[in-house]
Ligand binder design. Structure first.
Ligand code: FES
Length: 203
């Protein structure tokens, strides 16, 4: 089902049976940079040897920070480091919406479509972003700058509707706020993401 009649539930950006197809693009051979390998080594020390696999989430985030998305080659690399199977890693990648299995834009706009946000107008925000960027949910614009995705609960339901841009939350967004956010990102780039973006509740 969908909370919005025009938007098909399940049309998320990075989840499809094709993503789990072993014949899909494997990507080039992957390994961490020396800096990221040092980060990984520090992270994995936080876990007992028998629980080394518990480092899979930060290990995958390091991959994504390094190359923008997580290829099958990178999954195998992480599996090797953690002593688990590539299928174990792929299970994690395919479960969490914050992991991308294909290239994304410089700014990834994730619009929450779960109940609180849906009831507070998330679909209007998505429509505004879609119109402003000229792309549908699940697409990246031709310049590779913006990717628009619909996701499930972002954990700020009391501040709905919520849009996450890269690692920054934007809360209580009206469609007009969303349009201004895009303009700000175009004008100021990453600088538009710094600082506090928590909009005070409107009375
Ligand atoms: S329902 Fe949107 S943040 Fe929880």
């Amino acid at each position: 089902m969908s909370f919005h009649p025009k938007m098909t539930y399940g049309a998320a950006f990075h989840k499809s049976a094709r993503d789990l197809d072993p014949d899909r693009d494997q990507g080039p051979p992957f390994e961490y940079t020396a800096e990221n390998r040092a980060r990984f080594d520090r992270i994995v020390q936080r876990y007992p040897d028998a629980q080394r696999r518990s480092a899979v989430l930060p290990a995958l985030y390091l991959v994504q920070y390094q190359q923008g998305h997580i290829t099958a080659s990178a999954m195998r690399y992480v599996a090797g480091l953690l002593g688990i199977t590539p299928a174990d890693v792929e299970d994690v990648v395919s479960f969490y919406s914050m992991f991308y299995t294909k290239p994304v834009g410089r700014f990834v706009l994730q619009v929450c479509r779960t109940l609180s946000c849906a009831l507070n107008g998330a679909e209007r925000v998505t429509e505004e972003l879609s119109a402003k960027l000229g792309i549908k949910p699940g697409e990246t614009d031709p310049s590779g700058t913006f990717t628009l995705i619909e996701v499930e609960c972002l954990g700020a339901c009391d501040r709905a509707p919520v849009v996450m841009v890269n690692d920054a939350w934007h809360e209580c967004l009206t469609p007009g706020d969303a349009a201004k956010l895009v303009d700000d990102l175009k004008a100021r780039g990453e600088a538009a993401l710094s600082g506090c973006h928590h909009v005070v509740e409107k009375k």
